[in-house]
Each structure stands twice: as structure tokens, then as C-alpha cells.
Design a protein around this ligand. Structure first.
Ligand code: NAD
Length: 477
């Protein structure tokens, strides 16, 4: 059985203790990863700091961009291997693993191209002065990665950080670390100076906490649960460093009677099925105008009946959930729906012969959910879609904004004036009109309002998040 090591300062370090890597499709142990310690994190932060003080810190923006571009080419070269690794490790159908590998390559391509295009301003000031501003890296940046989209989230977080000249320490999730380690191998092959990127695997409360609390980091970026997000921000407050938090959502689709209902229904189903509903931007509430509630839920229900969940390598609509704890969490919400007699009006199936030990759950559609019910308020993080009846535009807006979250909203209507009105009033970081997901959207700033977090990732906005603006005033007479 393969035992993976940590990547620190350009070398692969063996660890005394290891953790199991479980295949969620059948519950078997397929490899072991290092259980990183406080000392490993300290070594990684020190290695990153020496990269900044040495070769990495001396590279021009164009040279950093070239390395990132080279990395994106290597990811494309190995994309099938990476896709299969991600698919097995997370339990996602292979087509989704392929999409993730492709998105990961795009992140490094985008940020490779952007590295030498970020510049400051010259600022008009008093006679006898020249004043300019420039963007500088924070220094060592910490990246706490979740298990749902490891490759994509490493690309979106580490890509802009490296482009701006930071040196990174990555702590992948204990449930899905393998592609982070595979990417570290490609960073090595691409010829990045030692220490520019370090990967330490391990438990959140050990290696993760050690990284977020480390006084040597200048920024921390976190994607995951709101509870841990709070701990990360508390640690950042003690060190007085900036933090980017992406904490998921309860993202609504607003479906109006004049929408192309068939196109909307296909997108709504795909947005909850993707990655078995374990997606921060999953459209997990569908708010349907009363006049088409029956037709639209019937359309959704017909689509749910064709969905199948099964092992990742069978490449069905859904894979398993990530682990037993996640399965119990989803089951808890389904039990609540049954207890409160909420009707299950659509359901997929678990594929025949799906291995006993896998963490499978059927995708379900729950009808007539009151907007303040726990199922309409809390993030299930599973393939559970709740349908909510709304009277009109004003009601849809009130319900859409009526959760603690604000990550993404989808609007489905042919009335562009209504769509534009709503887009201004919806409290979410992205508003998608007559589409959902915006094709992956590496270029499109992404992040939360309210409880979904703060800071922006993706696009050019992320580059400014990973840098500090310095103003230089020269008095020359
Ligand atoms: P989590 O927040 O516990 O883990 C995310 C990452 O944080 C992992 O790398 C983990 O090791 C690390 N971590 C955990 N405790 C830490 C600590 N004290 N200090 C620093 N880092 C720490 O998420 P989870 O347990 O994997 O999943 C629980 C729930 O979180 C899910 O059911 C889901 O609702 C939510 N979640 C959301 C997203 C998202 O994309 N928004 C992603 C994953 C999980």
C-alpha cells in the first residue's frame, strides 16, 4: 500500500504517524497519508519563508507567470491520471473528476497569464512629489483546502497567491489529499524553487490549526464549514492577518412562470446532483412561482427518477458521499423531512450492485417546504433539493434573501427588466441569470456575502486579495 509523504522545502518528508485514505465508493483503505504535526507545519512555514528570502522572492512577475503556465501544461498532460485520482479519492463520477482536472489547469493558466499584468497607479499629488502605489505579496500564505473539490480549490487559491509572489503552505483535507500531493510533484517538475509551495497533510485540529495559528503566515485562505471558518478567523485575528473565508451556502434558484422551464429544470437538477450535492455553490433551494409550481416540480421529478448513484468508476450521475459522517448528516436531514411530513416528490436510485461499504444516498426532491424550515435554512451538503412555493417577484426576493447565507443566486425568467431588478437586490456574491455555474467561471469573481464568508476568489479580484497595496511618496522638489 502506498504511503504518501509531506512536501516541504522541495523534498518529500516521511512522517512517523499516518492516516488512512478511504475510497468512499466501497469504504476500503487504498493508501495512507502523513499525519502532519505542528513541527511539520513549522518546517513548511520556514521553508516558504526561505523561498521568499531566496530564489523565489527574486523572480520577476513574468518568470513566476511562466512557471505557473508550465504547471498548467503539466496538469493538462496528466489530466486523465489526476481526474482518476480525484474521482476515486472524493468518490465523484469520472466525468466530474475530468472537469475538475481541466478547471485546475485553467486556474494556473489564467493566473500564469495574469502574474505580470497587475500594476499600481501613479497618483496626482502636490507639486514636487511623485507618488505611486504597488502591489506586494503578503509573504507566506496558508491554504486550508476542503475535500469536495481539492484540485479546483487548490488552483483557485494557490494560483493567484503564487502569481503575486507569495510562498504557500497547503493543508489539504484529511478525506481527500491525494491530488494535492500529485500537484506538488508537478510543481517540482515544473521547476519552482524549493519552498515556493509546500503541502502538509493531516488532521484539521492538528496540522490545520497549527497552520492557521502560526505567527509566520501573512494571510490565510479557508474553504469549509462555518464552524471551522470561525476558528480560522479567530486565529487570524490573534495574528492580525487578513483572511479569505468561503463557507458554503443555501443557494436559491428563482424560477418564474415565463422562464424556459425545460432549460431551467435541467440546470436545477444538475446544480444539486454535481458532486453528490457536496458543493458550496449547489443550488439547494428552488423557489417556484405559484402558477407553474405543479408543472415545474413534475418536470424536476421526472428528471430525478432517471438519476443513479454508484461507484465513481461507473461514471453515473452521482457517486457516494465522502464519508460515514457525511452520510449520517444527510440522513439526519431526511429524517427531519419525514418527521415533519414534508413530501418527497422526486427520487433517484442507488445503482444495483453498488458496494455495501460505500456511502451512498439517493438524490431526493422535497416539495412544499416552508421557507423557514430547517431544510430550507441549513446547508445539507448532499443531493437534497427543496422546492418552495412563492407568490410573486417580491415574495421570491424575500425568501431568496431569507437565510444566513449569500453565495450564489440563479434567476430564471425571460423578463430581463425583472432579472436586472432582482440582481441588484439579491444578497449573494454571484447572480446567474438564465444559467447556473457560468461554465466553471475561473475568470469570474466568486465569494460570499453574509454567512457565506468574505473575500473574493477567482478572476482578477483574487490577485488583489493575495497582495498588499504599498504607497510610495517621493519628494524631489
Ligand atoms: P471542515 O470545515 O471541518 O474542513 C475543511 C478543512 O478545514 C479541512 O482541510 C480540515 O482539515 C480543516 N480543518 C478542520 N478543523 C480545523 C481547525 N480547527 N483549524 C484549521 N483547519 C481545520 O469541513 P468538513 O468536516 O470536511 O465538512 C463538514 C461540513 O462543512 C460539511 O458537511 C459541509 O457542510 C461543510 N463544507 C463546506 C465546504 C464548502 O465548500 N463551503 C467544503 C467542505 C465542507
Amino acid at each position: 500500500m502506498q504511503i504518501y509523504r509531506n512536501f516541504i522545502g522541495g523534498a518529500w518528508h516521511k512522517s512517523t504517524e499516518t492516516l488512512q485514505v478511504i475510497d468512499p465508493s466501497d469504504g476500503t483503505t487504498v493508501a495512507r497519508i502523513a499525519r502532519g504535526t505542528v513541527a511539520d507545519i513549522s518546517a513548511a512555514v520556514a521553508a516558504a519563508q526561505s523561498a521568499l528570502d531566496g530564489e523565489w522572492g527574486l523572480l520577476s512577475a513574468a518568470e513566476r507567470g511562466r512557471l505557473l503556465t508550465r504547471l498548467s501544461q503539466l496538469i493538462r498532460r496528466d489530466s486523465e491520471k489526476l481526474a482518476r485520482l480525484e474521482s476515486q479519492d472524493v468518490g465523484k463520477p469520472l466525468h466530474q473528476g475530468r472537469a475538475d482536472a481541466s478547471a485546475c489547469a485553467r486556474y494556473f493558466e489564467f493566473y500564469g497569464g495574469a502574474a505580470d499584468k497587475v500594476h499600481g497607479d501613479t497618483i496626482p499629488y502636490e507639486e514636487g512629489f511623485t507618488v505611486f502605489s504597488q502591489w506586494e505579496p503578503h509573504g507566506v500564505t496558508g491554504h486550508i483546502i476542503p475535500w469536495n473539490y481539492p484540485m479546483q480549490i487548490i488552483g483557485r487559491s494557490v494560483g493567484p497567491a503564487l502569481a503575486m509572489g507569495n510562498a504557500c503552505v497547503v493543508k489539504p483535507a484529511e478525506d481527500a489529499s491525494l491530488t494535492a500531493l500529485a500537484l506538488a510533484r508537478l510543481v517540482e517538475e515544473a521547476g519552482f524553487p524549493a519552498g515556493a509551495l509546500n503541502v502538509v497533510t493531516g488532521l484539521g485540529e492538528e496540522a490545520g490549526a497549527a497552520l492557521t495559528e502560526h505567527p509566520g503566515i501573512g494571510h490565510v485562505s479557508f474553504t469549509g464549514s462555518p464552524e471551522v471558518g470561525t476558528l480560522v478567523q479567530q486565529a487570524a485575528a490573534i495574528n492580525r492577518i487578513p483572511v479569505t473565508l468561503e463557507l458554503g451556502g443555501k443557494s436559491p434558484h428563482l424560477v418564474f412562470a415565463d422562464a424556459d422551464l425545460d432549460i431551467a429544470a435541467a440546470a436545477v437538477v444538475s446544480a444539486i446532483v454535481q458532486n453528490c450535492g457536496q458543493t458550496c455553490a449547489a443550488g439547494s433551494r428552488v423557489l417556484i412561482e405559484d402558477a407553474v409550481y405543479g408543472d415545474f416540480t413534475a418536470n424536476l421529478s421526472a428528471r430525478f427518477s432517471t438519476l443513479q448513484a454508484g461507484p465513481s468508476d461507473r461514471n453515473l450521475d452521482l457517486g457516494p458521499l465522502i464519508n460515514a459522517q457525511q452520510l449520517a448528516r444527510v440522513k439526519k436531514y431526511i429524517d427531519i423531512a419525514e418527521r415533519d411530513r414534508l413530501p418527497i416528490i422526486g427520487s433517484g436510485t442507488i445503482a444495483p450492485n453498488a458496494p455495501e461499504g460505500g456511502y451512498y444516498t439517493k438524490p431526493i426532491l422535497i416539495g412544499d417546504v416552508p421557507p423557514d424550515h430547517v431544510l430550507a435554512q441549513e446547508e445539507v451538503f448532499g443531493p437534497v433539493l427543496v422546492a418552495i412555493r412563492v407568490r410573486d417577484e417580491a415574495d421570491a426576493l424575500r425568501v431568496a434573501n431569507g437565510t444566513p447565507y449569500g453565495l450564489v443566486s440563479g434567476i430564471w425568467t425571460k423578463d430581463i427588466a425583472r432579472a436586472m431588478r432582482l440582481s441588484r437586490k439579491l444578497r449573494s456574491g454571484q447572480v446567474l441569470i438564465n444559467n447556473y455555474g457560468a461554465g466553471g467561471g475561473i475568470e469570474l469573481p466568486f465569494g460570499g456575502m453574509k454567512g457565506s464568508g468574505h473575500g473574493r476568489e477567482k478572476g482578477f479580484a483574487a490577485l488583489y486579495g493575495f497582495a498588499s497595496l504599498k504607497t510610495v511618496a517621493v519628494k524631489h522638489g
